[in-house]
Write a protein that binds this ligand. Structure first.
Ligand SMILES: [Zn+2]
Length: 324
């Protein structure tokens, strides 16, 4: 029997009938994960800033969207998905405040009045801290001409998003783990403290044994920019013991739990290596070997990222993100 046919919330006598999903439709630009769940892959073009993955889940009372991307093209792909699904957007869940995961919030709020945004309060500190500082640096770089031509649209786009910071914030703040029903679909919201950001939210869909983990799993390398490496390791242990059989990363394709375990091992080895005293090049080489099935021919970029983040960890540049 085809999967994804489970939802049938008929409201025959209601003036506002609830959506009925008798058969999971094909969504353009999306990878069907089964059971009324679709992955809209985030892009990462050379020389451009990335979009995080988005996930659409259909619930008896509407659609739930996990993360909203950065570029307009990604938001348009999400919208095409909603149109094909024929469901109203009931809720957005943001895994964390990075701009490749929340920039679509204002556009989607405007298109879907009444949508409720779930997320942690970590964005408040980011708006006055990391994002404010990076906006200052971006304005300076634009004015002194040091931004490469190809990156200018992304830099300007991020500045415009930061200027609308209040519209990125959650309506429903989730700072502690909570099991709840969103759009009629039971989901377990889990919180990782001091991991990829100060507070990362990830979702365990117990009915599907699927974890949607945002940037707790990324490719072609772990994105350590605002991370506490040891807290991140603990979060990965929590995902590993959650019961999940599938893991949806923040960047990269769907993973089986065996694949996730391989990624987890490569992350653990990379961390141990960078915290040691051997050559950092060996840490990057270890990462490239451990994650080679995903990296494919993206080796140069993966190595450059691993070298950069290895240096941040070795130099103690991320230790501040581990402080309470
Ligand atoms: Zn991301």
């Amino acid at each position: 029997m085809r999967r994804g046919v489970a939802l049938a919330a008929l409201a025959l006598a209601s003036c506002t009938p609830k959506p009925v999903l008798l058969e999971a439709p094909r969504l353009p630009d999306a990878v069907a994960l089964g059971s009324a769940t679709w992955l809209i892959p985030g892009g990462f073009e050379p020389g451009r800033s990335p979009d995080g993955n988005s996930v659409i889940l259909a619930g008896p009372e509407g659609a739930i969207l996990v993360d909203t991307g950065r570029h307009l093209g990604h938001v348009e792909a999400i919208e095409r998905g909603f149109r094909a699904l024929g469901f109203p957007l009931a809720a957005i869940v943001n895994t964390h405040w990075h701009l490749d995961h929340v920039s679509g919030n204002p556009t989607l709020r405007a298109l879907h009045p009444g949508v409720k945004v779930y997320g942690t309060s970590a964005i408040d500190g980011a708006l006055t801290g990391f994002l404010a500082t990076s906006a200052d640096a971006s304005r300076k770089a634009l004015s002194d001409g040091s931004v490469p031509e190809s990156a200018i649209p992304d830099v300007k786009g991020d500045l415009a998003t930061i200027a609308r910071g209040a519209e990125l914030r959650a309506d429903v703040v989730v700072d502690e783990p909570r099991d709840l029903s969103i759009a009629g679909r039971p989901l377990s919201l889990r919180i990782a403290r001091r991991a990829a950001t100060e507070r990362d939210l990830w979702i365990y869909d117990a009915a599907e044994k699927r974890a949607i983990v945002g940037d707790l799993v990324t490719l072609p390398a772990p994105f350590f920019d605002t991370a506490c490496p040891e807290g991140w390791l603990k979060a990965l242990d929590d995902i590993a013991s959650s019961g999940a059989r599938q893991v949806v990363p923040g960047h990269g394709p769907l993973m089986t739990i065996a694949e996730f375990n391989g990624w987890h091992r490569a992350f653990t080895d990379f961390m141990a290596c960078t915290r040691g005293s051997g050559a950092l090049e060996a840490c990057s080489a270890g990462w490239l070997a451990g994650a080679k099935s995903w990296i494919g021919d993206d080796t140069a970029r993966a190595k450059a990222m691993a070298d950069y983040y290895g240096g941040l960890i070795r130099g103690g540049k991320l230790d501040g993100y581990c402080k309470a």
